[in-house]
Design a protein around this ligand. Structure first.
Ligand code: AKG
Length: 304
């Protein structure tokens, strides 16, 4: 399904990874991929070890510790986490995997040579009732200047139908972008019942497989997952990327809360142009993390 010895990648330039043409085309037509067993045992060992350490730390964490999203009943003796937030900021293994590792290679193979990282999360979906993720699309949570953002997930353990695998409606990435608000205008983060009834969820493909299986879904795909009815947790490590010339619209949704490593270029170079509403403009450098003086310091060549 993939080859690790490309002369050139899917964009005709050298890359760490190339997808078979049929796999590449399937992502374009369906909006998602499942790559069974894509991540090797050595990486799985590192990632699982990092997860275990953080779960252990969560036992004694204060209720307001933003690293963890506990389920009701979580405690010292019996940790139950819904999610570890922004794992890329918490352990070197998660950072290496997402910022310059197998997930980055895959994002590059799909999106092209210039890639920006957005955020990561580890949805654990604990054994014996770990909560559902209701049907939703991602792009409404963190709008960008285009629809290139995608999320790469890796199951850190074997996942079967009873464990609440992620379900995705094929082709939904080119369809309607739904309103994820309640009738009173408050944010629900999920499709309304009326919209679920017309979103063809009966066609959803539930992505499962052995530990190391990888999911990829475009930000416009309708997706969700059922509660975990099994006696084993379902850890799904997710990381989101976009093309480098796709910019998060700060001030909308979670774009301003995406973590310490958010928005950085992880492959290639920063393009000098940006396209919005079909108009391409040359852009200024990115000063999100750098320092900027003023138009005077720039124009008097006191600053690059
Ligand atoms: O954990 C899952 O099954 C789905 C994750 C997801 O869609 C999300 O966290 O936005």
């Amino acid at each position: 399904m993939t080859t690790t010895e490309p002369t050139t990648g899917n964009y005709g330039v050298p890359m760490a990874l190339a997808l078979e043409p049929a796999t590449f085309d399937r992502y374009a037509s369906d909006g998602y991929l499942l790559l069974p067993g894509h991540v090797d045992a050595a990486w799985l060992g590192r990632l699982n070890e990092a997860m275990r350490r953080l779960v252990d730390e969560s036992r004694t964490a204060e209720p307001d510790d933003r690293r963890f999203d506990p389920e009701p009943g979580h405690g010292v003796d019996k940790p139950r986490l819904r999610r570890i937030n922004s794992p890329v900021d918490l352990d070197a293994a998660f950072a290496a995997f997402a910022l310059d590792g197998p997930a980055t290679d895959l994002a590059e193979a799909i999106l092209g040579p210039n890639i920006r990282f957005h955020h990561s999360k580890l949805n654990i979906k604990w054994a014996d009732g770990g909560e559902e993720v209701k049907w939703h699309q991602d792009i409404q949570f963190w709008p960008h200047t285009d629809f290139s953002p995608l999320t790469i997930g890796v199951y850190l353990d074997d996942v079967d139908d009873d464990m609440g695998p992620m379900g995705i409606v094929p082709g939904s990435h080119t369809g309607e972008l739904y309103d994820l608000r309640n009738p009173d205008g408050s944010w629900s983060g999920s499709l309304s019942e009326t919209d679920v009834a017309r979103a063809s969820i009966e066609r959803a493909d539930y992505l499962k497989g052995p530990a190391g299986s990888v999911t990829v879904h475009n930000c416009c795909c309708v997706h969700g997952s059922a509660p975990n009815r099994s006696s084993r947790s379902r850890p799904l490590l997710l990381q989101t990327y976009s093309r480098a010339d796709s910019y998060p619209l700060l001030g909308v949704g979670t774009n301003g809360k995406a973590g310490e490593n958010a928005h950085q270029l992880v492959r290639g170079t920063l393009p000098l142009t940006l396209t919005v509403q079909g108009r391409t403009m040359p852009t200024a450098p990115d000063w999100y993390r750098g320092s900027y003086g003023s138009i005077f310091t720039v124009q008097q060549q006191e600053q690059d």
